[in-house]
Ligand binder design. Sequence first.
Ligand SMILES: Nc1ncnc2c1ncn2[C@@H]1O[C@H](COP(=O)(O)OP(=O)(O)OP(=O)(O)O)[C@@H](O)[C@H]1O
Ligand SMILES: [Mg+2]
Length: 340
Amino acid sequence: MRFDGVRKEYAGSVAVDDLSLAVREHELLVLVGPSGCGKSTTLRMANRLVEPTAGRIVLGDEDVTDVDPVALRRRIGYVIQNVGLFPHRTVAQNVATVPGLLGWDRRRTRERVTELLALVGLDPDRYARRWPHELSGGERQRVGVARALATDPPVLLMDEPFGAVDPVGRARLQQEFARLQRELGTTVMMVTHDIDEAVRMADRVAVLSRGAHLEQLAPPLEVVARPASAAVADLVGRGRTARLLALGRLEPSDLDDAGAATRPGGTRDAPATAGAGTGRTLRLGAELGDVVTALTDAAGASGGGAVPVLDASGHVVGAASAQTVVRALHRLTSGGPAAG
Ligand SMILES: Nc1ncnc2c1ncn2[C@@H]1O[C@H](COP(=O)(O)OP(=O)(O)OP(=O)(O)O)[C@@H](O)[C@H]1O
Ligand SMILES: [Mg+2]
C-alpha cells in the first residue's frame, strides 16, 4: 500500500499535509506520533472512510479511489480506535459482520467465528453469545481484532487497537498479535501514540508530527538509536537507554577481547577472572538487557567483573564486562546503519 503526496484538509485546517509512504507486503508498519498529528486520518483515507483532498493511495496496483468503497472495506480489515463493536450484536455476530456481508453460509461463518475467538484467546463457548457491554475493555479489543481478521484480509488497518488494555494484558496482546500477524502474513498499518508499543511490535516505525509530517521511517532499533530529528529524539528520549538494552544485541566488537572473535581459529580459554566460578556464560547476539543481568548476577556471586562470551558453536570468543555494554551503546548510537 502506497501513499503518494497525500493531503487532507478540513475546513480551515490541514490534518495531513503531504504524506508519501509505502507499506511493504507482509510488513507490520506502525505510525506513531502525538495526538492530533493525523494518524487516524491517514488510516481512514486508506479504506476511503475519508477522501483525500489531493494525492494518490495505491493498493497493490490499484488506485483505491477507483475501487468501490464497500468492496474496498471487505478487502481491508479495520480495527477502529475505541473498538467500535456493535452494541446490539453479540460477540459472535460482531465477528461475523464481514462474512455476513459476503454472504457466507451459516456453517462456514460459525466455524470461522469459533476459530477466530480461540485465536485471540477468548473461549468461544464462554464468549460467543455475550454482548459487548458484558466484556472488559481488553476482551472487547480482542473481539475487535477477531472481527477485523474474519475474512483473513490481506491488509489490516488498526487504530490504537490495544489502547484500553492494562499494561500487562497489553504486552500479552501485542505479542500474540505480532505472532498472529507473522503467521498469517497480513500486511498491517497500525496506529499508536505509545512509542514502546511501536518499537515492540513494528517491522518499521513511521514517526509523524503535526500534519502527518514524516519525521523518520526506519526499523525500531534505528529510530531509538539514531533519531532523525528533534521531534523523534523527544519521543524516544525518556527511557531510551532501557529501549536500547531491549532492542540491541551483543556483537564481537563489543567484547573485552574483541580480537579473539576475529582471529583465525580464534578460540581460547575464558579469561581467568571471567565470571569466576559462577558457570555463567553469554552468547554473541544476546539481548543487551540480558548481558546487564548476567553481569549483575556475576558481580553478586563473585564480586568479579566479566562473563565469558561464546559463539554459536560454543567457543569462547571474549568476555563481557560493564565496558562491553558501554561499547555496545556507543556502537548503536553512532555512525553507520544500525544492526538488526
Ligand atoms: N472530521 C473532521 N473535521 C475537522 N477536523 C478534523 C476532522 N477529523 C480530524 N480533524 C482534525 O485533524 C487533525 C488530525 O486528526 P486525527 O484524528 O487524524 O489525529 P490523530 O493523530 O489520530 O490523533 P489521536 O492520537 O488523538 O487519535 C486534528 O487536528 C483533528 O482535529
Ligand atoms: Mg486517532
